[in-house]
Design a protein around this ligand. Structure first.
Ligand code: PLP
Length: 440
């Protein structure tokens, strides 16, 4: 890019970082997989924990120097168990993908079959096939079969899934693992309806709560550990508003298998500073998580209704659009998801293009899919309520349907954002949500 000195390159990196923070201060962040952690979590992340190793389990480390790390990690596990009413928590997986790999490693062998949602039906690439470079297939050698999906209901089809499993049994391809959860996740999955059936075939049932963990913690979505799953995996930074990281929850009987998979199987350093950030997040979620989750879902619904009223085709209409933080819109009347994503970005509205049911059959792929996905998680964290969702829907309509000038809308967006600069639903918020902290 440039031929400048090392110091110039160094300065350029910092300039980009500062510009990024400023941009987000002025924008409407609607990526459903993102959120903003509290200033307290940011403080934990810059502590010296980020420079240490603590391999193993509290009290059984392989290095010295872990006294305070052990205190925090024990607290972190206790808080995670309390938050999710879980018998066991492994707080070490460094991401949602690594948490899923811990489940694959602990409860299956390469060559086994897993049943999961397909990607156009909302599944995540970490549940995917080898030929798509999905983690389950590529890294652990699992064969992938898909749940039957009903795109009117935007949910797993219970009866057709049962038929499919019986077919798989006849072919001697009975899944070892059943994976619920996904990345397009509007309505609770039918865990209660399928758990006994899947267990009668000895399947290990995991629920990937990467997207909806904060809603589950707040008592707003479903309660997988009480509905029949064996284990639950998640990211800690989507609706659960923590640092980037992962978490595995389980019943005591599966604890040992998970512990070994996480270490030494899948981590050496488990990013101790992020572990401390998770502890802070769990405490915040115990205190504020219910109010946050309730408002997040209300906001997603308000956004869906307002977009529908503006003329957009919002998915899940039959079921009231959404029961999560997500709103998914079919934008084929106005172009494709890739174009709309780019148009909105010019107006400082940050969304992602999204594969929706029917895309693959119509030969649309992920660069130019039929939809966009919007998340209410971050704007809710900034204190926005239903009336702000109507304003956001109006900005989106003006860009996508009315083809208004993006620069003009961007100016209005920046003005609109001025009243929402602090992180809410946390104990302390002295620092602005996107305030750039200079330590140099
Ligand atoms: C985001 C996501 C993941 C991956 O999480 P990372 O923390 O980014 O590794 C896994 N599963 C689902 C369903 C997701 O949406």
């Amino acid at each position: 890019m440039t031929n400048n000195s090392n110091k110039d390159a160094y300065d350029e990196v910092f300039a980009s970082l500062e510009k990024h923070n400023k941009w987000f201060e002025d924008s409407i962040p609607l990526i459903a997989s993102e959120n903003i952690p509290s200033p307290a979590v940011r403080e934990a992340i810059i502590s010296d924990f980020g420079n240490r190793y603590a391999e193993g389990w509290p009290g059984e480390r392989v290095y010295a120097g872990c006294t305070y790390i052990d205190e925090v990690e024990s607290q972190c596990m206790e808080l995670a168990k309390k938050l999710f009413k879980s018998e066991f928590a492994d707080v070490r997986p460094i991401s949602g993908v690594v948490a899923n790999l811990a489940i694959y490693s602990a409860f299956s062998n390469p060559g086994d079959v897993m049943i999961a949602p397909s990607i156009p039906a909302g599944g995540h690439i970490s549940h995917g096939k080898k030929e798509h470079s999905g983690t389950a297939g590529l890294v652990h050698g699992l064969e992938i079969e898909f749940f039957a999906f009903d795109s009117d209901e935007m949910n797993i089809d219970v009866e057709k899934t049962k038929t499919k499993v019986e077919e798989l049994k006849k072919q001697d391809r009975l899944p070892k693992i059943a994976m619920f959860g996904g990345s397009v996740f509007l309505f609770p999955h039918p865990v209660k309806e399928l758990a006994d059936f899947l267990k009668s075939y000895d399947m290990h049932i995991n629920y990937d709560a990467a997207h909806v963990a904060g809603l589950i913690a707040g008592g707003e979505f479903q309660d997988p550990l009480r509905e029949g799953v064996d284990t639950m995996t998640m990211s800690t930074h989507k609706t659960l508003f923590g640092p980037q990281g992962g978490l595995v929850l389980a019943f005591e009987k599966n604890a040992d298998a998970i512990k070994k998979a996480t270490f030494p199987g899948l981590t050496s350093s488990h990013h101790i500073h992020h572990m401390a950030g998770k502890a802070i997040t769990f405490a915040e979620a115990l205190e504020f998580g219910h109010d946050y989750a309730t408002q997040t879902v209300k906001n997603a619904k308000a956004l869906a209704v307002a977009l529908n009223d503006s003329g957009f085709k919002v998915l899940g209409e039959k079921k009231g659009y959404t029961q999560s933080h997500q709103t998914v819109v079919n934008v084929l009347d106005y172009g494709d998801g890739g174009k709309i994503e780019a148009d909105l970005e010019k107006a400082n509205i940050i969304v992602n293009r999204q594969l929706i049911p029917g895309d693959l059959k119509a030969k649309r792929h992920y660069m130019h899919p039929g939809g966009i996905r919007l998340g209410s998680s971050e704007v809710t964290r900034l204190g926005m309520k239903e009336s702000e969702m109507q304003q956001i829907a109006s900005f989106i309509k003006q860009i996508v349907i009315d083809n208004k000038n993006a620069k003009e809308i961007a100016t209005q967006v920046t003005e609109f954002r001025k009243s929402f600069q602090k992180t809410q639903y946390c104990f302390d918020n002295k620092l602005g949500a996107y305030e750039y902290v200079k330590l140099r």
